[in-house]
Design a protein. Structure first.
Length: 119
């Protein structure tokens, strides 16, 4: 146990490592703060009632992936969900749309183009 505390203390003695750890902790703090600040212009009580009425639907799944922030509509409510959703939709569209299917079969260049469309 003593080695653990010694290793923990050594993390803050190395300037580069200390800088990276403090940066990571500050980014986490900003994200957590943004998860509590409501989006301006949104009536959060009405939105919360809507989510209670539609439990188990697509809105419930989106709220699940956003960690509950979507039902309270905070500043960072969407998180990475738009990117994941667009990625899934484009993967499904490669079967239905011949242009995307050709791009996917082109190799690395086609995959880069699909990634660009996703972003």
């Amino acid at each position: 146990m003593n080695r653990f505390f010694e290793a923990f203390a050594n993390m803050f003695r190395i300037p580069e490592l200390r800088k990276r750890i403090l940066f990571t902790l500050s980014i986490l703090a900003v994200y957590r703060l943004g998860a509590y600040i409501p989006t301006p212009g949104i009536n959060t009580e009405v939105l919360r009632q809507l989510f209670q009425q539609t439990q188990g639907s697509v809105l419930g799944v989106i709220d699940l992936f956003s960690g509950g922030n979507f039902s309270s509509m905070t500043i960072f409510a969407l998180g990475i969900m738009p990117y994941i959703t667009s990625s899934i939709i484009l993967q499904l569209m490669t079967v239905a749309w011949p242009y995307l299917e050709r791009l996917q079969k082109e190799g690395e260049l086609g995959r880069r183009k699909i990634t660009q469309y996703t972003r």
